[in-house]
Design a protein around this ligand. Structure first.
Ligand code: 48F
Length: 279
């Protein structure tokens, strides 16, 4: 016969000697640890704006290569448009070309048809976030990037504020994270590229010199061009994922994600080359 399970007892004596008891112990731990994390991020190799699939994959490869990386996302739960699959049917499709990335990140997938694979979108999103943080990428959720640091014709960091501050339209000044390179992985709105062009009156590396804006849906073409359009669009500023197609005026593609993953890997390689050449 099996032993009856022993009652679980939490050790309330852990807070001995703390004025304020257990509550102070908890608060102190969180405050110390959080400020140690933010302190480590004030001078980054790479700041990644947007925690959708392309941004997370970029964070994973850069952190794995030993670079100091922080990813900032305005939502409470980063993951962008991947959690919800398509119309909240929580499955996504990935093409064969992206299988090496699924393998690197140890995600579970099932073979479908014509060189495509299916993944549970919750598993895939949680898995990407887990692996990226496991190799050392720091993730700051509830952070909105409202501007960049712009000096001598180069993007040199991000200007951040709490999302609730911006939602409430409170007049509160932001803080900054310096970064050798910045990634706009903000998805359909390509917010950082727009801000840089609008505020500084500069030409981006696109056909018109501005943000062209995304086109309607063509899944195959959109997937192809999202990788092609992944590039440095201004000194120090890179684009990936849907923002890459938005900036360069190409198609959206819906719930197929191979292009997003490959774009994230490509941009990590481009950013790494830039970090090394500017060190
Ligand atoms: O849109 P999103 O998932 O980016 P992605 O990597 O992937 C696109 C696909 O999800 C999908 C698609 C697939 O074929 O077309 O749409 O290009 O994630 C973008 C993330 O950026 C955050 C936002 O909360 C989301 O999680 N974000 C956007 N603007 C800001 C931001 C900002 N200014 N500051 C911080 N986070």
């Amino acid at each position: 016969m099996r032993d009856a399970p022993r009652p679980v007892k939490l050790d309330m004596h852990a807070a001995k000697g703390y004025h304020g008891g257990m509550e102070t112990l908890i608060t102190r731990g969180i405050v110390h640890s959080y400020f140690e994390k933010i302190n480590r991020s004030l001078q980054l190799d790479a700041a990644i704006v947007g925690g959708g699939p392309s941004g997370i994959v970029a964070a994973y490869y850069l952190a794995k290569a030993g670079h100091k990386v922080a990813l900032l996302d305005r939502k409470l739960a980063p993951g962008g448009g991947m959690w919800g699959g398509a119309m909240m049917f929580n499955e996504i499709v990935v093409q064969e070309e992206a299988l090496p990335i699924l393998e690197d990140l140890r995600l579970r997938y099932r073979k479908y048809e014509q060189g495509t694979y299916l993944l549970d979108s919750v598993h895939a999103t949680a898995g990407l976030l887990y692996r990226a943080t496991e190799v050392g990428a720091l993730i700051f959720n509830c952070y909105s990037v409202e501007d960049v640091v712009y000096k001598q014709g180069r993007v040199g960091g991000v200007v951040v504020n709490w999302t609730p501050v911006l939602l409430q339209k409170m007049h509160v000044d932001p803080l900054t994270f310096a970064a050798k390179v910045v990634l706009d992985a903000t998805g359909h709105d390509c917010e950082i590229a727009r801000t840089v062009a609008r505020k500084n009156g500069v030409a981006l590396n696109t056909e018109t010199g501005g943000v062209i804006g995304e086109m309607s849906m063509d899944a195959a073409e959109g997937e192809r061009t999202t990788i092609e359009n992944t590039k440095e669009i201004y000194p120090g500023l890179f684009v990936s994922g849907m923002a890459a197609n938005g900036v360069s005026g190409s198609f959206r593609m819906g719930p197929i994600f191979g292009g997003m993953l490959l774009s994230g890997k490509k941009v990590a390689e481009l950013m790494e080359a830039s970090i090394l050449s500017n060190s």
